[in-house]
Design a binder for this molecule. Structure first.
Ligand SMILES: [Fe+2]
Length: 531
């Protein structure tokens, strides 16, 4: 009997850390494996579309284009054979047919007919009830490279992957083509390459877009937005900023490309943004804009280069109205950064040439699968090989995250005399320490010598949980001007960027279990010898 007891205790001893590790690992895997059904992307006989647009809980707009003036019929229904018919007998080339009185959160099949030519059968999902979960795909920066005018193969591949995801809606964060020139025929060709692929997504899900810097003719001195508007069916056209509600989420779509005011949200658009965020009753608010508020690397024309007061005013507005998610592109990577509670993602890996981000820093082609409901947002970057590049869930409940961002030294608004430290939430208490010297409550001063220096940053959240990050800087500029010209050229966090300062409760449980089992074994042996 005693031998069985020892065997049991020994098994428990070995099993405990394994079980702990298993539980610990599985607790961090927050995405779910989705069974994929690859759909045949049926080719339309029409030069554009059909696409499904501006989908609500009970309506949708079907668009398609014909070569000649034709009538327009849409057959649609909840299965492939029983179909309602809507006909527009007015002859036209661009057809917009509204479907109304649809059921909420249903899959509808449809096909379009013009002068006897019939499209293949497509389908789309209507919006679920406010607060219920829906799937949103984000993809940005699919533009061609400067050496090849056709759309990247990576974008074409991800378009198919996105269709297979069967999303409710798709967000495209800008840079669809490589610039708009003064050559009309060339512009038509570039945008046709794009819409050939974007329509293959639009057959199945509504696309909502924002303007990227490469989608305009800014370099010609004129925006030439007609190609952009022609490629999408958006709310509030011809405004380049607009908003809409979907399943209880408020979407604010901004324009970072206003001629002469690039990357800036000022004037009429800022007033409109204030009013838009003020008047929505939605708790969940997403803002979409091409240029990020906090870029990763040498994007010198992003928000780093606008006057600091403007950037702070926009950040303050997002904080005041509890914006849930800021969706951006422009930097060709995937990145997530939280600043004072405002979660920003950069999704710029849609096919345009990648920059020099290492893979661990989001330097991969991807789209973002986002599952959204009133209670959570699950964000997953999906790579070309269908693997997960990154996963993050809202609400975030861990310790304060601390990050340092380099502002490019070549920027027109270059590095100041101090590094930029960003906290994921406003700390209840914080300290800074240069070279393990005394703690400062405000980050001031710089070490008065060239060479390697460390900056330790400590932050405490409202639950009294402390976080700690250590950053390394190389001070340069010569012994006579050591501090004012110091440029942080290297950032080497010596600890894991997230989770520092907090003990995983599962690991704690496992450790206590091991200790308990050891104590019991020792006690049993001691009692046995004693007896
Ligand atoms: Fe861009």
């Amino acid at each position: 009997m005693k031998r069985r007891l020892y065997v049991f205790l020994l098994l428990a001893l070995f099993a405990s850390p394994i079980l702990t590790a298993f539980l610990s690992n599985t607790s961090t895997v927050t995405y779910s494996i989705i069974e994929r059904k690859v759909l045949s992307n049926a080719v339309s006989p029409f030069p554009r579309g059909p696409t499904v647009n501006m989908v609500t809980q009970d309506s949708a707009v079907i668009f398609w284009r014909t070569e000649d003036l034709t009538n327009a019929t849409v057959r649609y229904g909840l299965n492939e054979s029983v179909m309602e018919i809507v006909t527009n007998s007015t002859l036209d080339k661009d057809h917009y047919v509204s479907l109304n009185e649809l059921n909420m959160d249903e899959k509808y099949y449809y096909r379009v007919i013009s002068n006897g030519t019939t499209s293949p059968l497509y389908h789309f999902l209507t919006a679920p009830a406010d607060g219920d979960e829906f799937k949103m795909i984000i993809i940005g920066d699919n533009r061609p490279s400067t050496t090849d005018p056709v759309q990247p193969a990576e974008f074409a591949q991800m378009a198919q992957m996105i269709v297979a995801e069967q999303p409710h809606i798709v967000i495209m964060s800008g840079d669809f083509v490589l610039d708009v020139s003064e050559n009309h025929a060339d512009n038509l060709l570039r945008w046709e390459h794009f819409t050939n692929i974007s329509d293959s997504i639009g057959h199945y899900a509504p696309i909502y877009a924002v303007l990227g810097n490469h989608d305009t003719g800014a370099k010609t001195g004129s925006l030439r937005l007609e190609y952009y508007f022609d490629s999408f069916v958006l709310y509030d056209e011809p405004s380049t900023y607009y908003s809409f509600d979907y399943a209880g989420v408020h979407f604010t779509m901004l324009d970072s490309e206003q001629l002469g005011f690039e990357a800036r949200i000022i004037g009429d658009q800022f007033t409109w943004l204030e009013n838009d965020l003020e008047t929505t009753s939605s708790e969940m608010k997403f803002v979409v804009i091409h240029r990020p508020l906090y870029p990763v690397i040498h994007i010198q024309d992003a928000y780093n280069d606008v006057p600091a007061a403007e950037r702070e005013a926009v950040q303050a507005l997002y904080e005041e109205h509890n914006v849930s998610l800021l969706i951006t592109g422009h930097d060709h990577c995937f990145n997530r950064l939280t600043v004072n509670g405002i979660v920003q993602i950069i999704s710029g890996g849609g096919g345009a040439p990648l920059y020099n981000h290492p893979t661990w820093k989001g330097g991969y082609y991807h789209y973002v699968r986002t599952n959204v409901s009133a209670s959570h947002v699950n964000i997953t970057a999906i790579k070309l090989d269908d693997s997960v590049g990154y996963n993050y869930q809202l609400p975030y409940t861990g310790p304060i995250e601390i990050e340092h961002r380099i502002i490019p030294s070549g920027s027109t608004n270059p590095v100041g005399t101090l590094p930029v430290i960003l906290f994921s939430e406003v700390p209840a208490e914080k300290y800074f320490s240069w070279d393990s010297d005394e703690n400062q409550t405000e980050l001031t001063g710089l070490p008065n010598s060239n060479g390697e220096h460390t900056l330790d940053v400590y932050a405490c959240n409202s639950d009294s949980v402390w976080s700690h990050e250590s950053f390394m800087f190389i001070a340069t500029g010569g012994p006579t001007t050591p501090t004012t010209t110091t440029t942080p050229t290297t950032t080497t966090p010596t600890t894991t960027p997230t989770g520092d300062g907090a003990i995983d409760p599962l690991i704690l449980f496992g450790s206590l279990s091991i200790a308990g089992v050891v104590i019991v074994v020792v006690a049993v042996i001691w009692f046995r010898r004693k007896s």
